[in-house]
Design a protein around this ligand. Sequence first.
Ligand SMILES: *Cc1c(COP(=O)(O)O)cnc(C)c1O
Length: 375
Amino acid sequence: MRFNDLPTPSFVVDENLLEKNLKILNGVMERTGCKIILAQKAFSMFATYPLIGEYLSGTTASGLYEARLGYEEMGKENHVFAPAYREDEIDEIIALCDHIIFNSFSQLERFGERVITAGKKIGLRINPEHSTQEGHEIYDPCAPGSRFGVTEKNFRPDLLANVSGLHFHTLCQQDADDLATTLDAVEEKFGQWLPQMEWINFGGGHHITREGYNIPLLENCIKRMQDKYNLKVYLEPGEAIALNAGYLVTSVLDTVNNGIDIAILDTSATCHMPDVLEMPYRPPLLESGEPGEKPYTYRLGGQTCLAGDVIGDYSFDKPLSYGDRLVFGDMAIYSMVKTNTFNGMALPTIALQDKNGDCHIVKKFGYQDFKARLS
Ligand SMILES: *Cc1c(COP(=O)(O)O)cnc(C)c1O
């Protein structure tokens, strides 16, 4: 099937673009000896896991279901971190994962013995209390009052015997300079415990595949921890794996005017791309401009009843009309994993564009997918 024949709305992941990212990440692994794993919460299109598994070392999960998905569909290294684990899930999690990361010493005391008995590795999430982002408190695990990671003040060296690695995750869409200053804070607060560890996990938020990212500095950061403390280094980016590797294709259903031209699309910000409202951000739209840049400006809105279900204002060379197809870019990450069926909205079809440019529908959703989540 051709791209232009795909039904709308559809998420389309481009295998060539995905592989381009994977090659960049694999290059970092090859040159440094670090391991990079996929943070599934950003991108869980498991039809692509065989391809991802050719280049990366495995997966990481936020809990039982993602852990099981990584185990079933990639079957390589499988890590997990959750702020707290449930008694009725922890044994299955330990069976599925090789690295179990605890958020606190009380979690370690509650479940650590079982991890060791199963022959798996224990990690501890630390909080270096070093904020490197501004104005984005919901994405800052180092913000005051954060529930993530053990602070220096609460550190318990007496309980470290079974801990083989430390884990921090403090970045979001950031470059390697912020990683470097974070490592300074990690060393200052926790450096004395690093020599007794086997590994360190730098978390996610490294925008490695973004144009202009400072890969040599990242590699220096990795080597610094390898050489100084003899540690195996893990990175677990989500975004960087499928950054700019997919689209959301939609159609114009109607145009109206209320002091401004408005187009209603067969998609929804709140159902299909909730980060547009939550983050918030303006998704790139192919062949469009900023408002007023091209002759015809429209506010693009979704099909739900939410007044704020607006994707943004964009301008075009020609007036929009019924049936026109619009293609949003960078729609592989934090999109498919966050969809919902509010208002009874259908979920977008999921498709793959292969290396020859042919498109294949991987999954279609219908009424049953909406109904099955309710009762
Ligand atoms: C979200 C998250 C990641 C991935 O972050 P990206 O910003 O998508 O790279 C990795 N590790 C942990 C613990 C996370 O919470």
